[in-house]
Each structure stands twice: as structure tokens, then as C-alpha cells.
Design a protein around this ligand. Structure first.
Ligand SMILES: [Zn+2]
Length: 473
């Protein structure tokens, strides 16, 4: 098969043009930014889907959520159906003076396209529209049925996604789901993400008195909430930086043989980690003996994201009346989010000295996500990406948490393939976001080939034989 790939080759510039037009709409979904621009970008996405040959294009809504865009092409009877996902909203530009190019003008430089949303996730939208257009223009048809859904509130946590999926479950029913919003392991390395960590976070506050007191006149008998909180936080880890909450590792699912093999094949060392994270010389890596990838992808980790006791500006010779911190715990498969919240709170309470008053607020928890990458859908994806990139595809984890992935498996019950266009240099959510244009083109090629490979799987059998996305409880 060559012609859809030939079409894609000939239209490389047009696809970048499509992407640049979407980037020009600053579709920031955050509160305080004009919702009309997200409406405008939904309309532009709808128009593009139609122009690239999709049918039944619709703006779909659930109350209080930014608009979703839906379209389909369902003329492959007997063939399976794939649901393609991306999002059209973006993060705010951040500090404009830090940008080397204007954030909302897609600018080509050094083989990359710079601008907010060039990668996250307007590139995801364009990978789908370009691969579909390549099939429809070259062959007049697609090798399987396609549904497309483009979300408008991913960057603010996909708060309405589950209710959206429930409301439109029938419309969105599919044999496979392809979610295009993740990162490749490195430039030129096609990657399928099969594990995401979950996240539990909360505020903890320690109180000892009604108001701050002079540290000379009252210091001595009076307990210091900053020291009390420090002792509590320090008790969260042992001397090696491993989490010291009893039982926290008990349910952690060990790596399978295949997972360990694929992790080792990436040959990622402590040295690589130090270089990428820019750890200062002489500062130890912590967390025990596991490899850095295993620690980031398949082991829990704890962090104190903020501490507040007075401030640098107001610092005076006082003993404060209270101290506050925000604590985050990353979860891995088989850890229960609710149980983790409780274990964290129990532990902090138990280590609170001197009878200080401890309270918790804003506790949130979402579980980890893991899929078993064995079965026809994953084999098809690996084949397509290996051919599309000219390099063997790898299965990777991600230390981060993507709240939208869980609901897909839960509500739609089809295997989810997480295949993205970003790379470690993309800088999403930060200034100077960019997309590697070589990988962008390879991703479009891979998507063209993926439709062919998935289209070969029998519609109903595919659903039964393929692994289901396993959402940890
Ligand atoms: Zn994204």
C-alpha cells in the first residue's frame, strides 16, 4: 500500500498549515480567559473535520463544559470502529516575555514548530485529520469505521468528561480507542504509553495558638508549628528517600517479565536521569535501588509541593500560630486512592508531636492506569508505528497522571491506545512549546498504517480478543 502514504508525503506543508491555523486561535480553557475563543476553536475544528472528509460533524455539549467536537465516517460495514481522541483547548501562554517566538503564531525553526498548542494537543487533532484525509483522497475510503471526538477542557482536568462519555456512550461506542495526547520516549522513538501514575493530594495544616507570638518573650515553652509540621513531613520518608508510610508498597503490582524486559531495553540510567532533570552535582538520587524508570513509572512517590509559614517578606522574630503544606502522593497500579488518602493522613497525624492541632482539606485522589499491552490491538499499533517511524516501537510508562484516560476504559470498555506526538523537548505547559516536525510527519504515517492494521481485525472478535483497559480500583 502506498497511495495514502504518498498523499501524506505530498501534503506535508498543508498539514502544517492546518495546524498553524488552529494554533492562531488562543483557545485557553482556564477560568478568567474568554470562553468565546474556545468556542471559536471548536468551530474551526468542526470546519476542518468537514473539509478533510468527515461526516456528521457536530458540536456536542454537556452543561458548564467547553464544547466537544464530534465527527465520523462509518462506511466500512463489517469492519471495526476506532474512536480517535484529541483536545483543542490549550494552557495559557505563561510569561510572554520568555517566549522566543509569539505564542499564538506557529513559527517554523530548527525542524520544529513553535507555539502554544503546536504539540499539546492541536498536533493530535491534525494527526487524525491528516491521516483520514490521506485515505479518503487517495483511496476514496477508509479501511475501518472512524469516530472522532475532540475535547475542549482537557487542560483544566476534564471535569465533565465522564458525564460526557456517559451521555454519548452509544454515539461513541467503538472497538478501539486511540488517544493522541502523550509523549514519545525520545525524538524518533515511536512509543505506546501503557501505564500512568495516579495522584493523591491534600493540604495539611498544623495549629498551636490563636496568633503569632514574639519568639523571645514566649519562646521556650511554646511549640513551634513549623517545627511540628517539619517533623511530620520528614516522617514520610526513610533515610534513603523511600516512603515510610506502613503498608504503602503492599499492593504495588510487580512488573511482569515482559514489562521488565521492555524497561531494560530502554537502557535508561541514573546518569541519563541526572542529565535530563538537571540534578545538581553531588546531590543523591533517592528512593532505593530500583532503576529510575521503574521508580517514575511503577513505584509510588511522595512530594511536598509547597510549605507556608509566614513568608520571606514578612519574616520576623515570631513563633507562628500555624503552618501549612500541600502534599502529593503518586500512585501506581493496584494502589487504592481512598486507602492512600487515609494512610497518608493517619501517618501524618500519628507523627504530630506535642498535641498540635492537625487538619486536612482539599483531598483529591485518582487511581493509576495500566493496560496489558498484549493482544491484537497493541500488536497492530506496534506494527504500524514501527513501519511509520522506521524504528521499533516501545511500550513506556509515564510518571504523570492524565485524568481523562480512566473514564474512557470505564465508560466505553474498549482498549485504549495512548499514542502521542510530543517528545522530551516539547516543553508543554511551559513557555516555548514546540513540535518536532519530523516526528509529526512520522506520526501521520503511523496513523495511516494503524487504520490499515486495525481494519484487518474482525469487528466483534477484535473487541473480545483485545485486552480491556484495566483501571485500578
Ligand atoms: Zn494535552
Amino acid at each position: 500500500m502506498n497511495s495514502p502514504l504518498d498523499y501524506a508525503e505530498k501534503h506535508r506543508k498543508d498539514f502544517i498549515e492546518d495546524l498553524s491555523k488552529l494554533v492562531a486561535i488562543p483557545s485557553v480553557s482556564f477560568p478568567g480567559f474568554p470562553p468565546e475563543t474556545v468556542e471559536k476553536s471548536a468551530a474551526a475544528v468542526a470546519e476542518l473535520l468537514k473539509a478533510r472528509g468527515l461526516e456528521n460533524v457536530e458540536i456536542l455539549r454537556v452543561p458548564d463544559a467547553h464544547p466537544y467536537v464530534y465527527a465520523d465516517w462509518l462506511h466500512a460495514p463489517g469492519r471495526p470502529t476506532v474512536l480517535l481522541y484529541a483536545h483543542h483547548d490549550v494552557q495559557p501562554a505563561g510569561r510572554e516575555e520568555k517566549w522566543k517566538t509569539p505564542p499564538f503564531v506557529a513559527t517554523e525553526k530548527d525542524g520544529r514548530l513553535w507555539g502554544r498548542g503546536t504539540a499539546d494537543d492541536k498536533a493530535g487533532v491534525i494527526v487524525h485529520t491528516s491521516a483520514i484525509a490521506s485515505w479518503l483522497r487517495a483511496e476514496g475510503k477508509l479501511p475501518l469505521n472512524v469516530k472522532v471526538m475532540i475535547e475542549g477542557e482537557e487542560e483544566i482536568g476534564s471535569g465533565h468528561l465522564e458525564s460526557f462519555l456517559q451521555k454519548y456512550a452509544k454515539k461513541l461506542a467503538a472497538d478501539f480507542i486511540v488517544l493522541t495526547d502523550t509523549s514519545n520516549y525520545d525524538v524518533g522513538v515511536p512509543s505506546i504509553t501503557t501505564a500512568l501514575r495516579g495522584l493523591v493530594s491534600m493540604d495539611v495544616e498544623v495549629r498551636t495558638a490563636d496568633h503569632p507570638l514574639h519568639s523571645g518573650m514566649w519562646g521556650g515553652p511554646l511549640p513551634d508549628p513549623a517545627l511540628a509540621l517539619s517533623k511530620m513531613l520528614a516522617s514520610l520518608v526513610d533515610d534513603e528517600g523511600r516512603i515510610a508510610i506502613p503498608g504503602i508498597y503492599k499492593n504495588v503490582r510487580p512488573l511482569t517479565k515482559l514489562e521488565r524486559k521492555s524497561l531494560e531495553s530502554l537502557r535508561y540510567s541514573d546518569k541519563d536521569f541526572r542529565a535530563q532533570a538537571q540534578v545538581l552535582p553531588g546531590v543523591d538520587l533517592v528512593g532505593g535501588k530500583a532503576s529510575p524508570l521503574e521508580k517514575m513509572w511503577r513505584l509510588p512517590s511522595v512530594s511536598v509541593n509547597a510549605i507556608q509559614v509566614s513568608s520571606r517578606k514578612d519574616c520576623a522574630n515570631i513563633i507562628n500560630e500555624s503552618a501549612w503544606a500541600h502534599v502529593g502522593l503518586r500512585l501506581v497500579p493496584d494502589m487504592d486512592a481512598k486507602a492512600a488518602v487515609k494512610a497518608l493522613q493517619d501517618h501524618l497525624r500519628k507523627h504530630a508531636p506535642w498535641g498540635v492541632k492537625v487538619s486536612f482539606s482539599n483531598a483529591h485522589g485518582s487511581p493509576a492506569w495500566l493496560v496489558d499491552p498484549e493482544g491484537p490491538a497493541f500488536e497492530a499499533a506496534a506494527r504500524a508505528m514501527t513501519e511509520g517511524f522506521g524504528r521499533e516501537a516501545v511500550f513506556i510508562g509515564s510518571g504523570g497522571s492524565i485524568p481523562f484516560v480512566g473514564p474512557f476504559g470505564k465508560v466505553l470498555g474498549a482498549p485504549a491506545l495512548l499514542i502521542g506526538v510530543e517528545d522530551p523537548y516539547t516543553n508543554p505547559h511551559s513557555e516555548n512549546e514546540s513540535l518536532h516536525l519530523g516526528d509529526f510527519h512520522k506520526s501521520i504515517r503511523s496513523a495511516i498504517l494503524l487504520y490499515r492494521e486495525l481494519g484487518k481485525l474482525p469487528a466483534k472478535a477484535a473487541r473480545r480478543a483485545a485486552p480491556r483497559a484495566a483501571v485500578a480500583a
